[in-house]
Structures are given as C-alpha cells and as structure tokens.
Design a protein around this ligand. Sequence first.
Ligand SMILES: Cc1cc2nc3c(=O)[nH]c(=O)nc-3n(C[C@H](O)[C@H](O)[C@H](O)COP(=O)(O)OP(=O)(O)OC[C@H]3O[C@@H](n4cnc5c(N)ncnc54)[C@H](O)[C@@H]3O)c2cc1C
Length: 497
Amino acid sequence: MAYEVVVVGGGIGGLTTAALLAARGVSVCLLERQSVLGGCLAPFEKFGYSFENGAGLFALWNPGEIHDRIFAELAVTAPEVRPLDPAYAVRLPDHSEIAVTSNSEMFDANLRANFPECAERAINFYREAETLGNALLSAINRVPDLRNAGLKEKLRAFFPDLRTAARLRSLASDTTAQHLAGVSLRFRRFIDAQLQTFAQSSADDCAYLYACAVLALRTRGLFEMRGGGAALAATLAASIRKSGGTIRLNTPALRLAYDSEGRAAGVHLLSGETVSAARAVVSNLSVWDTFGKLAGLDRTPTEIRKRLKSVSGSGVYLLFLGVSEAQAQGISTDHIIAVTDLQDGCAYDPTEAQLTFAISSQTEPRGPAGMRAATVQMFTDVEQWFTYHEDESEHEQQDQTTLEGLWSRLHTAIPELGDAVEVIETATPRTWYETTRRKLGMVGGLGQSLPVFGPNSFSHSAPIPNLFLVGDTVFPGAGVATVSMSALIVANLITSR
Ligand SMILES: Cc1cc2nc3c(=O)[nH]c(=O)nc-3n(C[C@H](O)[C@H](O)[C@H](O)COP(=O)(O)OP(=O)(O)OC[C@H]3O[C@@H](n4cnc5c(N)ncnc54)[C@H](O)[C@@H]3O)c2cc1C
C-alpha cells in the first residue's frame, strides 16, 4: 500500500503525530507491532484491575497549553482530566511530608515548616526556578521547535520579556546543583527525587533550565486522566480513524525502505510486505532503535553512532498492587514520591534511594469492588536484567529478590499500607523490552543532563532525508506533554507549518 506518511510505532508520540497529520488531510498509516496501542502507556489489566502503567501525573492540560492546542485540531474530544491538588507529596526518611500544592502561599509555608534549617534559601531557589521555568514553558508553547528556531522566532517566543530570554541563555550551561548552594541535604534530596522522577536525572547532572521547567509545573498544576494514559491513546486512535487515517496493529516494521537517492521511502515489514511513504516516514522508536534497527547503523552517520553509545536511559521496576479502600483512605495523598535513604556523603543513587507510589482515585478506583489499583515504581540498572541467564528461573529469582527489597522499603516509606495489600504483578526492564521493544527496556526518555538537553538534544529531523523522529528521546524531553510537543513539531515540519 502507498501513503503520504507512514508512522512506525503507536506510542503517544506516533499516535499524536498521525492524528495531527490525518486531521490536516495527509494520508497516513500507523504501524504498531503490538495488538494494543499506547506503548509505555498501554493499559495493563489483571484480576479486575486496570492499572496505570506509569505515575499517572499529566502536565500541561490547561487552556492554551499543548494538549488543548493539539485537540483543538482533532476530530475528537480530549479525554477528561482533573487537576490534582496537591499534585503529589514528597516524603523523606524522617517521615516529613511536603505537599506540592499549586497554592504558592501554602507551598512556601510547607517549605518553611519542613526545611527550617534552610527555609529562605529553599523558597528563593523555588521562586527563581519557577519564574525561569514558566518563561521557558510559555516560550515553547508559542514556538514549539525552540531547538531549531532562528533568531526572529526566538524573539517571538520570548517577546516582550527579552530580559528573561537573555538570562535563560546565560544559564543554559548550568547544572541544577550549581543553584543549590547552602541548602540542607534534606532539601537537596527533596529536589533530587522530583528531578529524577520528571527529568530522569538528579540535581548533580540535570540541566538547570530543564529543572526550572519541571519545578514550574507546580504552579500550573498536574492532572489525572479518566481512564489513565491509555484513554489518551484510545482517543488519539479514534481521531486518526475518524480523519481517514489507517492504523495497523500486530504489524512490526523491520527496516526503512530507501529510494535511489537514499531518501526514506517507506517501511519493509517483518511479514515481507513494503508500505510506501511518498512524503515521510516518522519513527516513534527510541533514538537507539530508530538508528540501530529501522534506519540501520550502516546508514547512520558516525557522529550519531558515537552519541548513541554515550547516552542511556533509565530502567524501571514496577509493582502492581491491589489496596483495600479502607487502607487507601488512610494514605494522605494519591501520589507520593518517597526518598527512602538520604545517602549522606555520596552521590544520589535513585536505584537505592527512592520510590514512587500512585493509587487510583476514590472516584475511579479501577479495581474489583472495595479495592483500588496502585502502581509502585523504582529505578533499576537495566544491564543487570539482560546479563546471561542459564534459564528463565534466574530471571524470576532476580524479580523475587527485587520485589522483596522494594516491599520492605515501601512499607517503611508508607506504613499506612499495612497488611491489606495484594501483589498482583511486577514488571522488569525485560517486561518493558517485551512490550515496547525499547533497547534494554530503557523507558522514560533520556536523563536531561547537559549533553542531551535543549540544543544538544537529538533532532526530529534525521540525517536521512524524509525520516523524522518523535517521542521521549528527542527534543524537548521526557513525559507525555513533551512527547506531545515533539509530535506537534514533527507534524508541523511535514506539513510546512
Ligand atoms: C513507569 C513509567 C511511568 C511514567 N509516568 C509518567 C507520568 O506519570 N506522566 C507522564 O507524563 N509520563 C510518564 N511516563 C513517561 C511516558 O509514559 C513516556 O515518555 C511516553 O509514553 C513515551 O511515549 P513514546 O511515544 O515516546 O514511546 P513508546 O511509548 O515507547 O511507544 C513506542 C511504540 O512503538 C512500538 N514499536 C516498537 N518497535 C516497533 C516496530 N518495529 N514496529 C512497529 N511498532 C514498534 C512499540 O510497541 C510502542 O507502542 C512514564 C513512563 C514510565 C515507563
């Protein structure tokens, strides 16, 4: 079959790009190797539970922000979202709990009460970071492809606040740690854990400006979605079909097809069929998989091959739990980031020091009668899950050992859980690999350190003509909102907007 555009991968990036292109009248075909859409956000259902595959915190759903902007173009209504206030709470090992609320007065009071040892510094750090972060978020909202924008476009993005633009430029090479001098270790870990969750990188490495944007999300609020992230995938799929686009499930792409000029001209499928693309191929695969598998390393410039070796993503271990309604009522908030070890005297290692707990809301319990669905997430090194195993039982043993360690940390961090909790399933990096085919099961995008942030990020335009990249390993970064921005950028590039 021949189309104008072929999109490989039905994660949020691929689905959003295809939905926008189809709505703009482009003939588009989306290929997904799995029988379900959504990629990392695909629904996970078992024993009457419908689990959120992630933390269930969604950003930039206010009027005029990225999702509003995308759905304004589509033929469907956006999924229902509800602001969470507080968005989440951060717990420290000394049992202090800092509610991250959008009410700035209350938030300052929380910082004062929980960090008396460095309260003014903590508040000043936030004030500065949020001002800069909001300026950056507004600018990228005006000019999504800020990475490649020329001077005129950049001026338009920041107008009329050009002083802030100049300040942002002067801070582009700073790490977050450079702005945390004089704060206590407790406050430092409060920041580390949030950055690790939303930027896959702690203060030592995280680009200061990315941290500013992440921390500024507090002021705009975070949202939960009815039906979870899977509802977003289903709505985008409905939009593609309604606009005349084609979605093919169970259709793994093998390799790009090239024309005689070396341009991407379609996709060879594992089945032997070729799907032609007259205008463009969009890869929703990670940068490693796009170049390593789809394009082929022989077609990938040396410079990119070198970069691919030097960057990596995170491994995530998930625990899916059933929690009784009575037990759930005793937990202070539905979303908790827990620092389980302050790690005094050493660099922050999130695999040992933090976990994230997210439970479905009382209004949408997503479980059998009287039960709610909860997801616990911890970081893990991916390599250890892919070392040679004699047989499958070794992987199961590793899973069991990880589960036991996480279980005891979870009960220390959230003692309210008590005994009335049932383990329904676990997911390891190998599970992620099996479900998404991402290299080594690395999920959540690239850690936003200086070498991959902003101008140093991977571009949407590949060095292969007519090949574009969309998703959480290209600009602007990790998370559903940024993936959606990358989709808008790619749709604009293809349709010359
Ligand atoms: C545990 C966890 C928690 C998270 N929590 C949040 C959160 O609370 N809020 C938030 O905003 N973000 C969260 N995220 C991040 C967010 O879910 C991801 O960044 C985003 O969903 C990635 O989307 P994507 O389109 O880039 O790629 P993917 O979701 O990886 O999609 C890629 C798709 O391509 C398909 N594919 C692969 N190979 C082929 C092939 N050869 N042929 C055809 N198809 C192929 C895959 O099956 C997959 O469907 C979380 C992520 C994880 C892992």
